[in-house]
Design a protein around this ligand. Sequence first.
Ligand code: SAM
Length: 221
Amino acid sequence: MRNLTSFTKMYESERKELVEILKSRGITNQRVLDAFMKVERHLFVPDIMKQHAYKDVALPIGMGQTISQPYTVAFMTQALDPQPNKRYLEIGTGSGYQAAIIYEMGGRVFTIERHHDLYNSAMKIFDQLNLKIAARCSDGTIGWSEFAPYDGIIVTAGGPTVPLNLKKQLAVGGKMVIPVGDKQIQTLNVLTKISEDKFETHEVPYFTFVPLIGKEGWDGK
Ligand code: SAM
């Protein structure tokens, strides 16, 4: 696996405590837990938030957006189950933390963010940590067709429906994890693509994400 640890090994005991919390909340995939131990969440949050980086809470990252709660990131990653050298598309780069977790697990990561400022800060941290993650600033609801099909797609903002473009860009046998609902509360949909036009969906209720805004999401006005 890749090694994203910085030289300083800061907040190591806090990371261990967070991993224990994730285990106690039902995260069992050891590869996911190992990635949480390695990826330094405090590097992905604004300076004034660093002291809270290993609490199991979402934190503001600017532009009215958040880095998701660690449990939510762990739950979604466990559902996606990223495998080494497979290709993953993330919609909603935000801080870049979720992308770094999938990268740490060996996935080839493509990520899209609609806010320029967040895209720029995520690119900066990817560069600093030498993470070979492909990122672009655009509307992720239309996907990134140049690199499709993807073995997995993870959407970290909540939309009204599953975007058709994302369904098309998922490989047969691949999984998509996406919150779907109204703007207040969503159900996490875990879709498996059985054939070109057939999906199996498993639904996990009660998650709250920032809205997915775009052509196949909510209206941003
Ligand atoms: N994965 C992020 C992380 O690890 O920090 C979580 C970020 S936040 C919960 C969701 C992000 O989705 C926000 O940064 C928001 O700007 C972005 N977003 C919303 N709609 C989008 C769209 N259509 N395309 C790309 N990004 C979008």
